[in-house]
Design a protein around this ligand. Structure first.
Ligand SMILES: NC(=O)c1ccc[n+]([C@@H]2O[C@H](COP(=O)([O-])OP(=O)(O)OC[C@H]3O[C@@H](n4cnc5c(N)ncnc54)[C@H](OP(=O)(O)O)[C@@H]3O)[C@@H](O)[C@H]2O)c1
Length: 318
């Protein structure tokens, strides 16, 4: 399997208005096709991507796009969704209905179900029950893989052993992982994943796009959250982005490819958010080469020196 996938967070969270919606959906359809044609075959989504009126938009769009693929292509994809442990989803059967709805939106194609975040810090019993319920759905043959998200090393080990007692493997963990992501527990998480043979998926591997920005550029996006983060992190990451650019020029690649290959060099499978066919093609090209030890060391050093880092996810457990 190709060691890069892609995420569809931004597909679900944009606002949908009349004609614009159709136009955007066409662009996303072309983006999806470009991603598949460029060898990306792990697709991450969530039932919370596109909540309220958007009605599970990310899963819905993906379901429509996947349905049009020939059977052999469809079979070669891994579609991984995440179910959100909202406070009202409780008990062992708390995910049954949400799962059915996700399955409907994805037109039956769900390969992996992931617990979206840890409730360990405020309701530890909830995630245990929900994970047991995911295990029941797995044993009923509803999907073939189980994953978790935003777990720290201790909780990951504990959940892995709980599933193992039932003979169920834990396929993947996804955490925020990039040159600018918070570093607390990162090495321990990597070590636990390696020891227990759990795939480590790197979400926000481009630090929301900051790592794609050339050092000479300081363009800030319009959306509020990204605007705040870009304003804080663009100046703080200038040396790092100079390093990315230098390697990119030497490699005749893009900064984005360098940043994603840094994740791969650290044993993670990046799932970048892709919005255009051009971005999909660029990202596909990252699978074709790898960073040297010298380049990895240089980037590690520059990353350690970054004056500010991305905010950590408050739902990440111990
Ligand atoms: N489990 C969790 O709690 C969690 C949390 C967050 C994300 N995720 C997953 O991780 C995925 C990716 O994370 P993310 O979208 O937050 O951040 P990201 O992958 O770090 O950044 C995505 C942004 O990078 C830019 N980009 C992508 N490819 C590019 C290219 N080739 N050239 C230039 N710019 C490029 C795009 O910016 P523009 O929009 O400006 O073009 C895009 O919006 C999500 O879709 C989701 O599936 C999971």
């Amino acid at each position: 399997m190709t060691k890069i996938g892609f995420g569809t967070w931004s597909w679900g969270n944009r606002f949908v208005w009349g004609y614009e919606a159709d136009k955007n959906d066409q662009l996303l359809k072309q983006t999806f096709k470009a991603a598949i044609n460029n060898g990306l075959n792990l697709i991450d989504t969530a039932d919370s991507y596109g909540t309220g009126n958007l009605n599970g938009r990310s899963e819905q769009l993906l379901g429509n796009f996947i349905e049009e693929l020939p059977f052999s292509k469809k079979r070669s994809l891994t579609i991984a969704t995440k179910l959100a442990p909202y406070p009202w989803r409780i008990g062992r059967k708390g995910f049954y209905n949400p799962f059915k709805l996700s399955k409907k939106r994805l037109k039956g194609k769900i390969d992996r179900v992931q617990l979206h975040w840890s409730t360990y810090r405020y309701a530890p019993w909830q995630e245990t029950q929900l994970l047991d319920g995911i295990g029941d759905l797995y044993e009923n043959g509803e999907f073939s893989e189980i994953g978790v998200s935003n777990m720290g090393p201790k909780r990951l080990r504990w959940l892995h052993s709980r599933l193992k007692k039932r003979g169920i493997p834990l396929k993947s963990l996804q955490i925020q992982f990039s040159l600018l992501s918070p570093q607390q527990n990162r090495n321990q998480i990597k070590a636990v994943c390696k020891e227990l043979n759990i795939d480590l998926l790197a979400y926000s591997p481009l630090a929301l796009g900051i790592l794609a920005v050339k050092p000479s550029d300081s363009k800030v996006p319009n959306t509020l959250l990204r605007k705040i983060i870009f304003n804080r992190l663009l100046p703080a990451s200038i040396d790092l982005r100079k390093g990315l650019e230098r390697i990119a020029i030497e490699r005749k690649a893009s900064q984005v490819q360098v940043a994603l290959n840094w994740c791969r060099a650290h044993g993670a499978i990046p799932i970048p958010g892709i919005r255009t066919p051009f971005q999909a093609k660029d990202i596909g090209a990252a699978c074709k080469w790898q960073l040297s030890k010298k380049e990895i060391d240089l980037l590690d050093n520059l990353a350690n020196q970054a004056k500010r880092r991305m905010p950590s996810n408050p739902l990440l457990s111990k």
